[in-house]
Write a protein that binds this ligand. Structure first.
Ligand code: NDP
Ligand code: OXD
Length: 321
């Protein structure tokens, strides 16, 4: 029998409904055993590949002949929460045009929402009032993208295409036409000081946990066209210190926040974020992993790997992304 694929997904609804993934993987790999765990019966020694989203800690150690783990999202922080329980095999993360396109849509939508002062019009409509606020053009708004990797780079280019004044921050310097690149901790203060809207798209790692805190938010630009800085976090909840964000919104350090990710998900009903007038919440759906698209990508990688070709998008265990 060909080396089997195990699917381990923590999730129950929407795109994380495990049976959707089983169906798509079975179609993408018709000649191979595909086992949805824990329900399907399979000999652990037959498993050569695992496709996972937040698998139970240590579950991957059950497969003695495992060759590759495919993470079904871009972020691998859930796996590296317990690195000592990871098998010593390559971990490949999701990189797909589908995922990248979705994130670009999300970033554009929310930056444009602030830029075009949409909340004023929503409120005015409720009052049946025809208002005429001043509106600036896109080059007047300075957007800063934290993380210029697969998703951040694409979002930054899309923002630049609309006309915004865009810069990005990453560990290593980038050369992207029309986008100023800031690199490393030493250049973070200058990056923040020129940023009206901060878009967070760094991965959650040992180096970035809690990076969106009071000190960082206090370093954002003042005096911009919005009247104060805005935070958009579509990365991970663990990047943000939530009490600091609430404090910054309350004392005017931030004028708004759009949050797709939270320390606890789903966001508990008693969270102050739900009712905060300056907060916009989305339910960690900035860029959903599509079962049909990603199972096809994983199947292609498995077949290429078996032809002796190198794996793509392998995570660096040292940097955790
Ligand atoms: P990449 O690995 O391609 O890019 C990560 C970027 O962050 C790189 O530019 C990297 O710098 C930078 N970075 C990492 N660590 C640091 C650091 N310590 N200091 C400065 N810069 C740093 O990731 P993706 O773009 O594919 O994804 C980013 C994140 O988006 C994912 O990890 C995930 O958490 C989140 N995500 C959220 C989704 C949602 O629906 N909300 C959906 C998909 C992803 P360098 O280039 O120099 O290495
Ligand atoms: C991802 C996510 O990391 O959906 O891809 O959060």
């Amino acid at each position: 029998m060909n080396d089997a694929l195990a699917i381990l997904i923590s999730g129950s609804a929407g795109n994380w409904e495990p049976r959707r993934w089983k169906q798509q993987f079975a179609a993408a790999l018709p000649d191979r055993k595909v086992a949805l765990l824990p329900q399907d019966a399979v000999d652990p020694a037959d498993i050569a590949y695992a496709a996972v989203w937040k698998p139970p800690a240590g579950a991957l150690l059950a497969f003695p002949k495992l060759k590759v783990v495919f993470n079904l999202g871009a972020g691998v922080d859930a796996l590296f929460a317990k690195p000592e329980l990871l098998p010593k095999v390559p971990i490949v993360r999701a990189v797909s045009g589908d995922l990248t396109g979705r994130m670009g849509e999300y970033v554009l939508l929310h930056v444009l929402w602030y830029h075009r002062q949409q909340s004023l019009f929503d409120d005015a409509q409720k009052r049946r009032e025809w208002i005429a606020p001043d509106q600036w053009a896109a080059p007047a708004l300075r957007v800063g993208v934290m993380g210029l990797g697969t998703l951040g780079r694409d979002a930054a280019i899309k923002l630049k295409t609309v006309g915004f004044d865009v810069a990005g921050w990453s560990r290593s310097r980038k050369d992207i036409a029309g986008i100023r690149s800031f690199a490393g901790e030493s250049e973070l203060p200058d990056f923040l000081a020129r940023t009206d809207i901060l878009v967070v798209l760094v991965p959650l790692t040992k180096d970035t946990r809690g990076i969106v805190n009071r000190k960082l938010l206090s370093g954002l630009a003042r005096g911009g066209v919005l009247g104060g800085p805005v935070l958009i976090n579509a990365g991970r909840g663990g990047l943000q210190v939530e009490a600091d964000i609430l404090g910054a919104l309350d004392d005017g350090t931030l004028i708004g926040a759009t949050l797709d990710v939270f320390n606890t998900e789903p966001l508990p009903p008693n969270s102050a974020f739900w009712t905060h007038p300056k907060v916009r919440i989305t339910p960690h759906n900035a860029a959903d992993s599509d079962p049909a698209m990603l199972s096809r990508d994983v199947a292609e990688q498995i077949l290429a790997f078996e032809r002796g070709e190198p794996l793509r998008h392998v995570v660096n265990a040292g940097t955790e992304y």
